[in-house]
Design a protein around this ligand. Structure first.
Ligand SMILES: *[C@@H]1O[C@H](CO)[C@@H](O)[C@H](O)[C@H]1NC(C)=O
Ligand SMILES: *[C@@H]1O[C@H](CO)[C@@H](O)[C@H](O)[C@H]1NC(C)=O
Ligand SMILES: *[C@@H]1O[C@H](CO)[C@@H](O)[C@H](O)[C@H]1NC(C)=O
Ligand SMILES: *[C@@H]1O[C@H](CO)[C@@H](O)[C@H](O)[C@H]1NC(C)=O
Ligand SMILES: *[C@@H]1O[C@H](CO)[C@@H](O)[C@H](O)[C@H]1NC(C)=O
Ligand SMILES: *[C@@H]1O[C@H](CO)[C@@H](O)[C@H](O)[C@H]1NC(C)=O
Ligand SMILES: *[C@@H]1O[C@H](CO)[C@@H](O)[C@H](O)[C@H]1NC(C)=O
Ligand SMILES: *[C@@H]1O[C@H](CO)[C@@H](O)[C@H](O)[C@H]1NC(C)=O
Ligand SMILES: *[C@@H]1O[C@H](CO)[C@@H](O)[C@H](O)[C@H]1NC(C)=O
Ligand SMILES: *[C@@H]1O[C@H](CO)[C@@H](O)[C@H](O)[C@H]1NC(C)=O
Ligand SMILES: *[C@@H]1O[C@H](CO)[C@@H](O)[C@H](O)[C@H]1NC(C)=O
Ligand SMILES: *[C@@H]1O[C@H](CO)[C@@H](O)[C@H](O)[C@H]1NC(C)=O
Length: 693
């Protein structure tokens, strides 16, 4: 009897629905950005990642932090290979090349590259390559994409002439068969009898087809993965990557533009050399190709080793930031703008500049507050009064930075903390918008032995895991709920190369083998929440229940006209029933419910997915009440169309979003901006990307 009574009580409690109504007035317009990307070259996510180059160490770049090496290259057939700084280098930016001599070779000789831990080989794909040669080789070079056990997938013959000038040769490789893994090398061989003395090679390159077919472009599957996040902004070229480890290396944009022969490379802050093939223009084209508003980070006189510049030393770096903006936006009458035009690009509108990265760390805070931020702010605002300047840190209490600027808030946490942050931004009242420039759950709760956030000494999760992704969803819905105070939120870091990484977990994992590209549980969470945008948050009134352990936001879209509610159910010990209605949506209206579930502790396996998507049609009662239950640890979006609304849709004079256009890179668009001419894109003022014909 007792146990029966008890279970009846439990059942009654569990069946108590969360009931609410959503008003049709007194809403707040949301940020046009909401969800975006943060990128920097960490975990070989640029070179060896998104940047599609397949040859590792293609131009023997180096500097005092990471001296040039011959790593990733191996001699074949007894050849001798070594680095050489010739008196006639390929270019002043690329002073080092690979000298090849006969060594012990008597027959076929040459060298091979191991790629970024292998090469992909996909049947029917055209891989385009090139290399520069100087010296005593007269004959054919065979370029061959081959497996480690000598299965030859594709071969090209390149006829090379002996010459005392650097000459570029091109080749293409089109395998007719796919390789079962990435255990492949790229071999360059020739007859030793064709070699007199020595020959030098430099800037050896191989690209698969790239996203939108851009030359020097980006890896298609990883761009598709990002497009699936429906990103609206792009914080680049990164955080720590901008800062540099130590003087004199910071992310100096002038070294990243122009022909690849003009790019010396950069000692990235994550333990390896960057080629800078992924340079400033490539970042802007990436932004354009995915329909993202750039948030351009500039260096602000703070190195990661804690060195900061004095106020007097800042001037050239402020000038460099202004030059960068002129390079991107100036017309042909400006000197930097003319250089960009000569490279064949129209202007790239910039509306957001972030000054530095995490300047409250590494003892950077006092100088940032005292003079560094203000110096950049004043100089940029003087030329671009409409520019939104983002400070590199933010405190929800509003005491830092009170710079009259947006602030970049970073949140790395454990689930127990982030799942309690739904209300985190509610009390923030400043006018300065918040950018959540980085967030992620990085450890399981069990390891938070030293505090509420995360424990630097505890084991990290290798990849995002489901209940962490649901905790992130609660935090993101908390940001959506306060969207009028926000720019938007970006998970960080975006990418993990499974063969070399410095920071886990990451949103998307991959290696050279295309079948290993993995969309994490957090990717699925963002895909759902970002893919359905609320443009006006509407007030919610409860008639029973409250927030927690189920959290939600509600509103509507002035683009699709749909009424929308988004949910995250956390630690609910069972299904959670909801009964709710939207003012203005009539009886028997039909809406769509989509929800995601997965085993609580599970992560996506390499190349796989454990997140289940369920879709249902939900029909309102005659009074317009929608009812459904959501499982524990689920994330859901419910939409009902405006034409289902009994009392029509019109609402007064909402936020003026004239000109917002194109958040969805899959061709659906919203807003009323004008598209640019063919080949152009959009900008935040709806003017379209000007483009060069
Ligand atoms: C040539 O052979 C000798 C003797 O086997 C060896 O010591 C040397 O390392 C070889 N040189 C090259 C370039 O392979
Ligand atoms: C060298 O390659 C060319 C094609 O590039 C080919 O026509 C020629 O037969 C090759 N010569 C030898 C000796 O293999
Ligand atoms: C090789 O290809 C590049 C890029 O497609 C092109 O710019 C260059 O002119 C080509 N070089 C030769 C020698 O064909
Ligand atoms: C690649 O080759 C290495 C060494 O031959 C081997 O240990 C490894 O299992 C191979 N990887 C795959 C994916 O086949
Ligand atoms: C290609 O180079 C690798 C060494 O990197 C070697 O093991 C393999 O035998 C070579 N294959 C051919 C066809 O030359
Ligand atoms: C950035 O690099 C360029 C080219 O190396 C150099 O001329 C310039 O002085 C550097 N900028 C600053 C502010 O140091
Ligand atoms: C700034 O914005 C205002 C209002 O939209 C506009 O009139 C003005 O031209 C803009 N100024 C610049 C420098 O872009
Ligand atoms: C917001 O302020 C109210 C009233 O002071 C307080 O009860 C609440 O805890 C605050 N919320 C947060 C998330 O700080
Ligand atoms: C984890 O953090 C919470 C606060 O967020 C704290 O109450 C709890 O004691 C911590 N647990 C451990 C095991 O450290
Ligand atoms: C709209 O914004 C105001 C001011 O921040 C806030 O008090 C109110 O709760 C918000 N309403 C909604 C529906 O988001
Ligand atoms: C869920 O709630 C129970 C009971 O309050 C608690 O012991 C458990 O740690 C919670 N789990 C998570 C993931 O927060
Ligand atoms: C609901 O789903 C149906 C079928 O996919 C679709 O036609 C309709 O537009 C959707 N309604 C909303 C509001 O998204």
């Amino acid at each position: 009897m007792l146990s029966k009574a008890l279970s009846a009580t439990v059942f009654a409690a569990a069946a108590q629905a969360i009931s609410f109504t959503v008003s049709s007035s007194n809403g707040n317009a949301t940020s046009p950005y909401q969800y975006g990307l943060m990128f920097e070259d960490i975990n070989n996510s640029g070179d060896g990642g998104v940047y599609a180059e397949l040859i590792q160490n293609r131009a023997f770049q180096g500097n005092s932090e990471f001296p040039s090496t011959i790593d990733y290259w191996n001699p074949l057939g007894g050849a001798s290979i070594k680095l050489q700084n010739m008196s006639t280098p390929l270019s002043s930016a690329l002073p080092t090349s690979m000298e090849v001599t006969k060594g012990n070779a008597t027959g076929t000789m040459g060298f091979s590259n191991v790629g970024f831990w292998g090469f992909p080989v996909v049947a029917g794909t055209e891989y385009k390559g090139s290399f520069y040669v100087y010296g005593g080789l007269d004959g054919n070079v065979t370029v061959c994409l081959t497996s480690n056990d000598d299965e030859q997938y594709a071969e090209a013959e390149v006829t090379v002439k002996s010459s005392n000038a650097w000459t570029q040769y091109n080749y293409t490789l089109t395998p007719s068969q796919s390789a079962p893994n990435s255990n492949n090398t790229l071999n360059f061989t020739f007859a030793s009898s064709d070699l007199t003395n020595s020959v030098n090679f430099d800037l050896l390159s191989l690209f698969p087809p790239t996203y939108k077919n851009r030359e020097n472009g980006l890896r298609i599957d990883l761009m598709d993965a990002m497009a699936g996040l429906y990103p609206s902004f792009f914080r680049a070229p990164g955080g720590n990557n901008v800062e540099g480890n130590a003087a004199p290396y910071w992310w100096n944009w002038t070294n990243t533009i122009g022909p690849l022969t003009d790019r010396p490379g950069y000692p990235g802050t994550w333990g390896y050399e960057n080629t800078d093939g992924l340079g400033l223009i490539e970042y802007l084209l990436w932004s354009q190709d995915l329909g993202m508003e750039p948030i351009l980070a500039v260096w602000d006189g703070h190195y990661l080793d804690g060195t900061v510049l004095t106020e007097a030393e800042l001037a050239p770096y402020i000038q460099s930031a202004l030059d960068e903006l002129e390079f991107l936006m100036g017309d042909a009458s400006t000197s930097w703008g003319a250089m960009r035009e000569a490279m064949g690009y129209g202007p790239f509108p910039i509306n957001f500049v972030e000054v530095g990265n995490e300047d409250s760390l590494s003892a950077g805070g006092p100088t940032y507050r005292a003079y560094r931020f203000q110096a950049f702010y004043d100089a940029i605002k003087a030329v671009y009064p409409n520019m939104t300047i983002v400070a590199s840190f933010f405190d929800v209490a509003g005491d830092a930075p009170p710079f009259g600027a947006a602030g970049d808030f970073h949140e790395y946490a454990i689930p127990v903390q982030m799942s309690s942050q739904f209300f985190y931004f509610d009390n923030y009242t400043e006018n300065n918008p918040i950018l959540i420039g980085e967030y992620a759950i990085i450890e399981y709760d069990a390891f938070n032995t030293t505090g509420p956030k995360w424990n630097a000494g505890a084991p990290r999760a290798f990849t995002p895991f489901w209940y962490g992704s649901v905790a992130e969803a609660i935090f993101l819905l908390g940001a959506e709920r306060n969207s009028q105070k926000m720019i938007g939120a970006a998970y960080a870091p975006s990418f993990q190369n499974l063969n070399r990484w410095q920071w886990i977990p990451d949103l998307i994992e991959y290696d050279a083998y295309p079948g290993h590209t993995t969309l994490s549980t957090s990717w699925y969470m963002i895909n759902l929440l970002s893919g359905t945008r609320i443009t006006e948050n509407l007030p919610v009134t409860f008639s029973s229940g409250d927030y927690g352990p189920a959290y939600f936001v509600a509103g509507r879209s002035d683009v699709t006209g749909a009424h929308i509610a988004k949910f995250a159910v956390y630690n609910s010990t069972g299904d959670v029933p909801f009964d709710f209605s939207f003012a203005g949506v009539g009886g028997y209206a039909q809406g769509n419910l989509t929800y995601l579930t997965a085993p609580m502790n599970a992560s996506n396996p390499i190349g796989g997915n454990i997140v289940e998507t369920t879709t249902k049609t939900v029909t309102a009662t005659k009074n317009g009440t929608f009812s459904f239950t959501l499982p524990e640890y689920s994330i859901a979006v419910f939409e009902v169309a405006a034409n289902q609304a009994g009392q029509g849709y019109g609402y007064g004079n909402p936020w003026n979003r004239q000109g917002w256009k194109g958040w969805n890179s899959w061709g659906q668009s919203w807003g009323q901006g004008q598209w640019g001419p063919p080949g152009g894109g959009w900008n935040a003022h709806g003017q379209g990307w000007p483009h060069k014909n």
